[in-house]
Design a protein around this ligand. Structure first.
Ligand code: PLP
Length: 461
């Protein structure tokens, strides 16, 4: 059967029996999705034979590349040896034990890890751990503070901590009670109307003010991403995280760092929080943890928090059937082995310097690149009509879509090639994020950046 007609067959099946999130349902019923069938290295192919270099690492999961046989073999071996065994109630598997030790070795100040099935699960689990910790200590601290523009997941608790303009969480109300939001550190468009660095990092001070207003005795934790992912990779100023850490410690509020996107070397250090030399009380990880080969997530806990959690002697009542799945743990151990052997974290740190140079030149060249920030393999770029006023560009086709289409034509996957990804409300800014795989070579990075440059230089206002 011709490739094009094969796509039509699957399109008909999919649109008859599937449900596709984040698309306009009428457009999707007509057009169907882009259907991907295979990948190798940093490239991925659709059923109708189109090949793209993936500039987003499969939703920021990919670390060791598509089609890695070593990883697949590790999964196969573990499946044959022991496909699963419950990891609670006094039962464990060797891959789970080895993975917790390995992650603890890689994470100074975080001695213990337990495992979940997705980033959202990990966020739920970390927030539950925080509430449990305080209750074991006889204190009814339950409120969770998060940030505007932060994304933490799709389950009820994680969704309640999420505050993203283009995702209509409010349609699922009532959300979980006890969640509060503070402005995020976005110096380019400061939500507090301040200017860095005369602001004295007011976006961090507001955490202290909120804790004070709510009452220190009611607030369990503050949760935040080191670099805001969903809102277009927004970096905080250098002083932000040390100040947040200090406030949390002084105010007896646990700090949960959500490293679902930023972990596993993405930013040029194993965890992004290591750039600011701070330690979390609790942390979450997913995505890169298995390089996208199998779903899994982790929650890290400092020894002090662990001691508090078990202080009453009661068993901790949190589990999933697939907690600590040995196949996922074996995959993660193999990913870590490859990362170490190939020096992938150092490679991303170095490549980040090169990406910075090229994006800075592009920013100087184009009147429309208002803001560039990032680290390692995680870069946010904001398009504006005028650099002085930062006004948004008015184009017939939304500018981010223009850029996406141009890049797709050059064989670079950024966003959805079906063109269907639509949000109901206009986005608050024209930001885009680039996040190529850790194994992308200098040539791959140049290919992506040449495509981006060509797209940006041909923006039609
Ligand atoms: N936390 C952050 C920072 C994320 O970016 C995401 C997803 O993108 C999640 C949590 C939720 O992870 P998942 O989609 O695996 O549930």
């Amino acid at each position: 059967m011709k490739k094009e007609s094969l796509r039509e067959v699957y399109k008909a099946e999919e649109t008859a029996h599937g449900l596709e999130p984040l698309v306009n349902p009428t457009q999707w019923a007509n057009a169907g999705s882009a259907i991907f069938v295979e990948g190798s290295g940093v490239r991925i192919k659709t059923i109708d034979g189109r090949e793209f270099i993936d500039a987003s690492s499969c939703g920021l999961c990919d670390v060791v590349g598509y089609g890695n046989r070593e990883v697949a073999e590790a999964a196969k071996e573990q499946m044959i040896k022991l496909m699963h065994s419950l990891s609670f109630g006094g039962s464990a598997t060797i891959p789970k034990i080895e993975l917790s030790s390995k992650l603890a070795e890689l994470t100074p100040g975080v001695e213990r890890f337990f495992f979940e099935n997705s980033g959202s699960d990990a966020v739920e689990a970390a927030m539950k751990a925080a509430r449990w910790y305080w209750r074991q200590k006889g204190r009814d601290k339950y409120k969770i503070i998060s940030r505007e523009r932060g994304y933490h997941g799709a389950t009820f608790g994680a969704m309640s901590a999420t505050h993203v303009d283009d995702i209509n969480n409010r349609d699922f109300e009532p959300l979980v009670p006890g969640f509060l939001y503070i402005p995020c550190p976005y110096c380019y468009r400061c939500p507090l109307g301040k200017v860095y660095d005369s602001c004295n990092i007011a976006c961090a001070t507001v955490l202290e003010e909120t804790i004070q207003k709510e009452g220190e005795d009611t607030v369990a934790a503050f949760i935040a991403e080191p670099i805001i992912g969903g809102a277009g990779f927004i970096m905080p100023p250098g002083e932000y995280w040390p100040k947040i850490r200090e406030i949390c410690t002084r105010k007896n509020v646990l700090l949960i760092i959500d490293e679902v996107v930023t972990g596993f070397g993405r930013t040029g250090k194993f965890w992004a929080h290591q750039h600011w030399d701070i330690k979390p009380d609790l942390m979450t990880s997913s995505k890169g943890i298995t390089s996208g080969y199998i779903p899994m997530a982790a929650v890290g806990i400092s020894e002090e928090i662990y001691k508090g959690m078990i202080s009453s002697g009661r068993p901790y009542p949190h589990l999933h059937t697939f907690t600590g799945h040995p196949v996922a743990c074996a995959v993660s151990l193999k990913v870590l082995e490859i990362m170490e052997r190939e020096n992938l974290v150092e490679k991303m740190a170095k490549m980040g310097g090169y990406i910075r140079e090229r994006l800075t030149i592009l920013q100087e060249k184009s009147p429309y690149v208002g803001h560039v920030n990032g680290l390692g393999h995680m870069w946010g770029i904001e398009i504006v009509a005028d650099k002085a006023t930062k006004t948004r560009i008015k184009t017939k086709v939304p500018v981010i879509l223009q850029i996406r289409n141009h890049m797709l034509e050059r064989g670079i996957l950024y966003g959805s090639p079906s063109g269907l990804h639509r949000v109901e409300k206009p986005l608050p800014s024209d930001r885009m994020g680039l996040a190529p795989s850790a194994i992308a070579t200098r040539e791959d990075i140049d290919f992506i950046l040449d495509g981006l440059e060509s797209a940006i230089l041909s923006i039609q206002p």
